[in-house]
Design a binder for this molecule. Sequence first.
Ligand code: F6P
Length: 544
Amino acid sequence: MAEQTAGLTQRPAWKLLQEHYEKIRNLHLREMFRDDPGRGEYFAVEAAGLYLDYSKHRVTDETMRLLFALADECGLRARIDAMFAGEKINLTEKRAVLHIALRAPRGESIKVDGEDVVPAVHEVLDRMADFSRRIRDGSWQGHTGRRIRNVINIGIGGSDLGPVMAYEALRYYSDRNLTVRFVSNVDGTDFAEATRDLDPAETLFIISSKTFTTLETMTNARTAREWSLAGLRDENAIAKHFVAVSTNAAEVAKFGIDTRNMFGFWDWVGGRYSMDSAIGLSTMVAIGPENFRAMLSGFHAIDEHFRTAPPERNLPVIMGLLSVWYNDFFGAQTVGVFPYEQYLKRFPAYLQQLTMESNGKHVTLDGRHVDYQTGPIFWGEPGTNGQHSFYQLIHQGTKLIPCDFIAFCRTLNPLGRHHDLLIANVFAQAEALAFGKTLEQVKAEGTPDWLAPHRVCEGNRPSTVILADQLTPETLGKLVALYEHSVFTQGVIWNIDSFDQWGVELGKVLAQKIIPELEGGAPLRHDSSTNRLIERYRNRRAAC
Ligand code: F6P
């Protein structure tokens, strides 16, 4: 533990990386590939069917050696072991961090406070499977005896982003007779638009909230209750049209949902790591229990890889260390994630919570202010759409933006040339970013001198390509686990708590104070800006 509190920037490997950075900061990827033509093969690793090409990164053998040494000095191995052993590594919340137990096969044993949690995980999975089958085969009927055709998950943050991302990603595998929607925003428009064409007699709500106290979710849940009762006109209907996913049975009961219709999980599952728990109920209903279990086995394959592979062959470790390299040495502020797969359109949004809520921290585990950069900003859009909007800035702007490209060798929807065109584009983008186009090349094409500088692409812009065979439930599990463990790796290097989220509390508390001021017109005791905004809202709302 003494190791953990030593200042990161004082570590020998960090200092060596700083010196090394000065030596290679201007080295161009063109030169690196020229001097080492085999680096495309050398800087690539494969695990569990995920192929990771990191050769277009501004790294040499020496860089990687030093990054692995840094991981070693930061005690990465011991921290991985501690997580898998169920130790309370979420220090500020005094909790174990065991999303890996959610995908542990039946019969494995993982203990928290001496108790094996795997049997309970499978008990809940079995109940979820039974419920999902009954919705899918029509044996779970609505209050009036009609079949459930619409499933709406109400949740926010980790109780929404994982389920919605997985549903969109695996829509190909979903039961197309079911309409599955997601309501998260406290903006009433979200609920109104999700329900406007639905019949309450055929609609089931899954209220997903770890705490069952979240303002947005409880507001939407109450509105859903009113909407259902307005159509069904009988309190008894709630039992057939509402189920809950939560760790808080008391609040579920208080809300009026029978706890027999509740699917539980545990405090050792963080919100943003919960899509494999009962929070994934909407996913399971949509794609069926077998596909859900296949997704879990994909997660587990990468868990095992992360736990056992040496750092040099360990995909999440390599990705995490590269992120540290750009974030802390090159000063890159953001990471772009571009899935060249339409079904992964919500993957970047999902990653934003996973990465930024986990590693957006300014103090170390022992409460000292960091003197280095922590979590970068994640953002992205599916390819090729981004190419026609913001890629210009990545190619020719003044900011360094390391990119992750995600692509598949086979499409789920073969349509003429589409897939080859898609994949040609992703490979071309990585190539263009790395090698660019020199002034000489531009001039050699006959470009007039005045225009030539505008057409130069400097290149030397790093990217990772993650290539898998096809988007399946299993592959999705592998991809998500890859990023989860990459985030973990980064958090270990930065010596921060990647599993708490205290920063989101202040805004929630202040909103609670402002709500009665808006609703009841109470006297205002804020700063002059906030006071004026509230006054204007109150006046204009009355006037419109
Ligand atoms: O606002 C942050 C947060 O606490 C997330 O970490 C979490 O995923 C989300 O709110 C939703 O919380 P709950 O599942 O308890 O409603």
